[in-house]
Design a binder for this molecule. Structure first.
Ligand code: HEC
Ligand code: HEC
Length: 210
C-alpha cells in the first residue's frame, strides 16, 4: 500500500493535465481545420465578407458563438460551425481570437471625403434623423468594450452587411438598439461609417483597404 499510494497520487495529479492537453489540441484543430478557412488562424479573415475576429472582445465573441450554437443568432454557415461546440471550447476559441494582434485597413486618398462623412456619423451622429454617435457605445476609437463589439479595423463589407441585417431584423439576437439606429441610416451614411471604422486602428497594423 505504501508503495502504491505515491503512484496513485502521481496519476491523480497527471489526469487533469492530460485532459486539458486533449482539450487544447481539439481547440487547435478546430481553429486550423475550421475557423481558419474563413476567419484566418489569427482572425485576420481571408475574405472581406467574413468578419475579422482578431482582437475582438472576448466576452462579445463568447456570447456570439453561444448564440450561433443555440440558434439565437441566425446564420446558415455559423449555426452549422458552432452546433457541436462545448462551453469550454467556446471560451478557449474566444480567448484565442481576442488575444490576436489588432489589424486595420489603409484608406486610399480617393476615399478620404467619404471617410470624413463616416467620421461625422461616428463622432456626432445625425441629430436630424435621430442617430446617436456610434462612439457613445463603441468607444472613441471603435475599440468597444467587454460586451460591445470592436468595430475598429473590421472589414467594411461585413459592417455594411450587419447594419443592413440589423435594419431588416435579420440579425436575430439582441438587435433592439442597433435596429433603432440602423433603420435611420441612409445608404451613404452606411457606406461612409463602415469605411471610417475599417480604418480605425487602436493598437493595429495597417493593410490595404479591401
Ligand atoms: C465557411 C466559413 C466560416 C467558417 C468555417 C467559420 N465561420 Fe464564423 N462566420 C462566418 C460568417 C459568414 C459570419 C457572419 C455571419 C452573419 O452574417 O451574421 C461569421 C461570424 C462569426 C462570428 C461573429 C463575429 C462578430 O463580429 O459578430 C464569430 C465569433 C465567428 N464567426 C467565429 C467562428 C469560429 C470560432 C469558427 C470555427 C469554429 C468559425 N467562425 C468558422 C463564416 C465562417
Ligand atoms: C446605444 C449603444 C449603441 C450605439 C450608439 C451604437 N451601437 Fe452598434 N452595437 C451596440 C450593441 C449593444 C451591439 C451588439 C449586439 C449584440 O450583442 O449582439 C452593437 C453591434 C454593432 C455591430 C455588429 C458588429 C459585429 O462585429 O458584428 C455593428 C456593425 C455596429 N454595432 C455598428 C454601429 C454603428 C455604425 C453605430 C453608429 C451609427 C453604432 N453601432 C451605434 C450598441 C450600440
Amino acid at each position: 500500500m505504501r508503495r502504491i499510494l505515491p503512484i496513485t497520487l502521481v496519476l491523480a495529479a497527471m489526469a487533469p493535465t492530460a485532459l486539458a492537453e486533449d482539450g487544447k489540441n481539439r481547440v487547435k484543430k478546430l481553429i486550423t481545420e475550421r475557423c481558419a478557412l474563413c476567419h484566418g488562424a489569427q482572425g485576420e479573415a481571408s475574405s472581406p465578407i467574413y468578419p475579422r475576429l482578431a482582437h475582438q472582445n472576448r466576452i462579445y465573441l463568447e456570447k456570439q458563438l453561444k448564440n450561433f450554437r443555440d440558434g439565437k443568432r441566425k446564420s446558415d454557415i455559423m449555426n452549422e460551425q458552432a452546433k457541436d461546440l462545448t462551453d469550454e471550447e467556446i471560451a478557449a476559441l474566444a480567448e484565442h481570437f481576442s488575444s490576436q494582434p489588432a489589424l486595420s485597413h489603409r484608406i486610399p486618398r480617393s476615399k478620404k471625403p467619404l471617410e470624413a462623412v463616416g467620421w461625422y456619423i461616428f463622432h456626432k451622429g445625425n441629430k436630424w434623423s435621430d442617430i446617436p454617435p456610434c462612439k457613445s457605445c463603441h468607444g472613441e476609437k471603435g475599440e468597444g468594450n467587454e460586451n460591445l463589439p470592436r468595430l475598429a479595423g473590421q472589414h467594411k463589407r461585413y459592417v455594411i452587411a450587419q447594419l443592413k441585417a440589423f435594419h431588416e431584423r435579420k440579425r436575430t439576437n439582441d438587435n433592439a438598439i442597433m435596429h433603432t439606429i440602423a433603420k435611420n441610416l441612409t445608404e451613404l451614411e452606411i457606406q461612409a461609417v463602415a469605411l471610417y471604422v475599417s480604418g480605425l486602428a487602436p493598437e493595429a497594423k495597417k493593410a490595404e483597404a479591401r
